[in-house]
Design a protein around this ligand. Structure first.
Ligand code: AMP
Length: 196
């Protein structure tokens, strides 16, 4: 089962991904996590993307597509995976389709977490507070200014994926304004159907 999570920053993708990993036993492939790991390890890719991530802009399509293409070859992806934060542009979606077609595979569903933009800044402030309370380091791009940029980038470059996947008949919208549990239940209903 190959599933894509779509939604603006703060929509709850990370929270719901954890639930899916547990329930369906498929790994979460977060390109953001992978890029941050590369940055922390100081790899050539990590050094290249450091400033871009901190600015809230997108890393080049070729870099992320190459990372994903390599990652999905790992054994733990054999029975599927959840893509979180990829694709984020139409060219990335086309690259993914091409990669999967070569393997005789296809995306099964695109779950869009639909949220009211007005709540996202509040959710960010909460996330920052919680991170600090846990004694963890706040992400470089989790500040109000960069978050606003990330939202703008989502609107301009990622939201066009909604009609793209609608056209493929794969888009499944979920109301992300409900409680965490209700959102999880709505996602489960979609994925249970796919698993058959
Ligand atoms: P995220 O953890 O998904 O919010 O991603 C954090 C940052 O990593 C983004 O703001 C981008 O700079 C970069 N990034 C993550 N995934 C992608 C992607 N698919 N395409 C381009 N840049 C990405």
């Amino acid at each position: 089962m190959i599933v894509i999570f779509l939604g603006p920053p703060g929509a709850g993708k990370g929270t719901q991904a954890a639930h899916i990993v547990e329930r369906y036993g498929i790994p979460q492939l977060s390109t953001g996590d992978m890029l941050r790991a590369a940055k922390a390890a100081g790899t050539p890719v990590g050094l290249k993307v450091k400033e871009i991530i901190a600015s809230g802009k997108l890393v080049s399509d070729d870099i992320v597509a190459a990372i994903v293409e390599e990652r999905i070859e790992a054994d733990d992806c054999a029975s599927g995976y959840l893509l979180d934060g990829f694709p984020r542009t139409i060219p990335q979606a086309e690259m993914l389709d091409a990669i999967l077609t070569k393997k005789g595979q296809a995306v099964d569903a695109v779950v869009e977490l639909r949220v009211d933009e007005a709540v996202l800044m509040d959710r960010l402030r909460n996330r920052i507070k919680e991170t600090i309370a846990k004694g963890e380091k706040v992400r470089d791009d989790d500040n109000e200014e960069t978050f606003a940029k990330r939202l703008q980038v989502y609107r301009e470059q990622t939201a066009p994926l909604i009609p793209y996947y609608e056209g493929q008949g794969k888009l499944r919208a979920v109301d992300g304004m409900q409680t965490v549990e209700a959102v999880s239940a709505a996602i489960d209903a979609i994925l249970d159907q796919i698993q058959g």
